[in-house]
Design a protein around this ligand. Structure first.
Ligand code: 5AD
Ligand code: SF4
Length: 391
């Protein structure tokens, strides 16, 4: 019996990729264990969105470098970004596979199993999506469905176009079939996943875009909740808001990353929208009778961000009043256009801006949450946390 251990870093795309990798391994007779010590094959599914995330993986590999009896593998975004350099940095690693090569995972495992030394899957130039007949989902109520992989947006700060390849949508029918299968298995909540879900287009019929797909999934009998993440503001049409308005089963929450409140910084980031265009989308969402909850991502300290640019981001928080904000200090990433830009902001200044922004958002959220006290809400119980139960 071959035993494997997998640890996942990064976003929901990675979490779901790991579920598919687990399914592929189980089909090949591997059994999952929950510590690296018990395993013959140890996999890290990695994230390289910011420098800190990437460092974590090399730390893990270093902790394990003396375990000679195991096969180590690096999957995901660090694998794609660093490629075969990983074999030099961590010589005990024998498998390096980027997410665009997961459809070849079975074949690469055979190479390893047959004692062929090392195997790497690093080709980004693919139009294949990673679909497996078996996906091991741990949550019995909510299931992820990938609808689009890769990214064509080329934001100046971002590694994703280098780590996940070009944008490729999954076939419409294949998505709906998976939704029906999941409903048949008793799942009630579906989360549609992609780097830019709203850029979705059926590869066989370009008229089938994201809004009609969302509606079709929402109307699958048995499915009570549908969420989707992440949306790019440029491709976020009013038709998506109309689908939310019409379908109770689409959750009334939207994550719409703005990144900055300054049009000047947005242009430098190559985001392809202005502050005004972004605010237009927020107005559509706010006009919905369903009270749509809003969340966003913000980067502070992008090269050239002046104090006035930052003030505009702070004002945007006041105007929108998000329910949740994920905020980050800009982190220089290899190969990205922003790496070469002048006007890099000192670390202390980035930290100062981040702290100020987070304090503002804390106050906004406190106000919004307080307003909910005494209201009645429907909740989906996904499980219970034993550590909270005191007998
Ligand atoms: N530095 C800091 N934050 C980044 N993000 C993406 N790239 C970087 C970077 N180089 C943030 C963006 C994105 C979120 C997933 O991570 O806000 O929306
Ligand atoms: Fe991290 Fe981005 Fe890769 Fe997700 S796609 S794992 S956030 S680098």
């Amino acid at each position: 019996m071959k035993r494997f251990y997998i640890e996942t870093f990064g976003c929901q795309m990675n979490v779901h990729d790991s579920e598919k990798v687990i399914g592929t391994l189980e089909q090949r007779g591997y059994v999952q264990v929950h510590t690296p010590e018990e395993a013959d094959l140890v996999l890290y599914n990695t994230c390289s969105i910011r420098d800190k995330a990437e460092q974590k993986v090399f730390q893990r590999l270093n902790e394990n470098r003396r375990a000679k009896d195991k096969i180590f593998g690096v999957l995901g975004c660090v694998a794609q970004q660093e490629g075969e350099k990983i074999f030099e940095k961590a010589p005990h690693v024998r498998l390096v596979v980027g997410s665009a090569s997961y459809p070849r995972l079975g074949e690469l495992l055979v190479q390893i199993e047959q004692g062929g030394g090392r195997a790497a899957g690093l080709n980004l130039d693919t139009d294949a999506t990673f679909e497996t007949p078996v996906t091991r989902r741990d949550n019995p109520y909510r299931a992820y469905i990938t609808i689009i992989e890769g990214c064509d947006k080329d934001c100046a700060y971002c590694v994703v176009p280098f780590t996940r390849g070009r944008e490729r949508s999954r076939r419409w029918e294949s998505v709906l079939e998976e939704a029906r299968t999941l409903a048949g298995m008793g799942y009630t909540e579906i989360q549609l996943l992609g780097q830019n879900v709203n850029s979705y287009r059926d590869p066989q019929d370009a008229a089938r875009t994201f809004a009609p797909l969302l509606e079709a999934v929402a109307r699958t009998p048995g499915i009570r909740r549908v969420r989707f993440t992440t949306s790019h503001p440029r491709d976020f049409g009013r038709d998506i808001v109309e689908v939310i308005d019409r379908n109770e089963s689409v959750c009334n929450m939207v994550h719409l990353p703005v990144q900055s409140g300054s049009t000047r910084v947005l242009a430098a980031m190559q985001r392809q929208y202005t502050r005004e265009e972004y605010m237009q989308r927020i107005e559509w969402l706010k006009a919905s009778p369903r009270q749509i909850a809003l969340s966003t991502d913000i980067i502070v300290g992008f090269p050239g961000e002046t104090d006035e640019d930052f003030r505009q981001t702070m004002r945007l928080l006041d105007e929108v009043e998000y329910d949740q904000v994920f905020s980050f200090k800009y982190s220089v990433r290899p190969n990205t256009p922003a790496q070469q830009m002048g006007g890099q902001i000192p670390e202390e200044e980035k930290s100062r801006r981040l702290a100020e922004l987070q304090e503002k958002q804390r106050q906004i959220q406190l106000r919004r949450n307080t307003a909910q006290i005494g209201t009645v809400q429907e909740v989906l119980v996904e499980g219970f946390n034993l550590s909270l139960i005191h007998i």
